[in-house]
Design a binder for this molecule. Structure first.
Ligand code: SF4
Length: 187
C-alpha cells in the first residue's frame, strides 16, 4: 500500500503534521495508540479530540489499545529502560511499527516529532530501531518549526489543548496540576 501510517499522540500535535503532509500530497492513515495517557477520562477526552481532527481533515483514524495497557504497569518492563519517557516512546512506537509492517503501509512516522518538549533524538533513535525490527520504514520529519502554527490551528477550530504530557507523573509535575484535577471533578 502506498500510504503513510501517522501515529498521532493527540489532536493539537496532529494539526501541523497532517497539514504539512497533505500539502505534499501524502496519502496517510492516522493511528491512535497512547496507553500512557491517564486517567481514563483524559485518555478518552484526547481520543475524542483526535476524532475531531480526523473528521476536519477527512482522514481515516485507526484506534488501538486502551488507557491502561497492562505492560504500562509492568515493573519488569519499566526497569529495562533508562527513563520513563524512553519506555513510553518505545511502547508506542513498537506498536506503530508492528502495525505498519503487518498492514503493508509504505512507512510510518509520528506527531511526537512536532513537539519541542519531547526528546526528539530519542524518538528518532527508537523509530529507526523499530523499523529495523519489523522490516518496515520510518519516515523522518522534523515538524518542530510548525509547532506554534499547529497550536494556533488547534485553537482556531476549538480543540481542547491539554496542560500535561499524558502520564500520571507528568500530571503531578504540571504547574496546572490543581486546575487539571478540578477539571476532572467538574466533568
Ligand atoms: S512525560 Fe510524556 S513522554 Fe514521558 S512518560 Fe509521561 S506521557 Fe510519556
Amino acid at each position: 500500500m502506498d500510504k503513510l501510517l501517522l501515529h498521532c499522540c493527540c489532536g493539537p500535535c496532529s494539526m501541523y503534521p497532517i497539514s504539512f503532509l497533505k500539502s505534499k500530497n501524502t496519502e496517510l492513515d492516522m493511528f491512535w495508540f497512547n496507553p500512557n495517557i491517564h486517567p481514563e477520562f483524559e485518555w478518552k477526552r484526547r481520543l475524542d479530540n483526535l476524532r475531531i481532527v480526523a473528521s476536519y481533515y477527512n482522514e481515516e483514524l485507526i484506534e488501538v489499545g486502551s488507557s491502561l495497557e497492562s505492560y504500562w504497569m509492568d515493573c519488569q518492563f519499566l526497569s529495562s529502560f533508562n527513563s520513563r519517557c524512553e519506555m513510553c516512546y518505545d511502547m508506542r512506537i513498537d506498536m506503530v511499527a508492528e502495525y505498519c509492517a503487518s498492514h503493508d503501509y509504505r512507512a510510518f512516522t509520528t506527531t511526537l516529532l512536532v513537539s519541542p518538549y519531547q526528546n526528539h533524538e530519542e524518538i528518532v533513535r527508537i523509530a529507526n530501531e523499530k523499523a529495523k525490527k519489523y522490516g518496515t520504514k520510518f519516515e523522518y520529519h522534523d515538524f518542530r518549526d510548525g509547532y506554534r502554527t499547529g497550536q494556533d490551528m488547534a485553537r482556531e477550530i476549538g480543540l481542547y489543548r491539554q496542560k500535561y504530557c499524558g502520564c500520571i507523573l507528568s500530571l503531578e509535575e504540571s504547574k496546572y496540576r490543581d486546575k487539571i484535577l478540578k477539571s476532572f471533578e467538574e466533568a
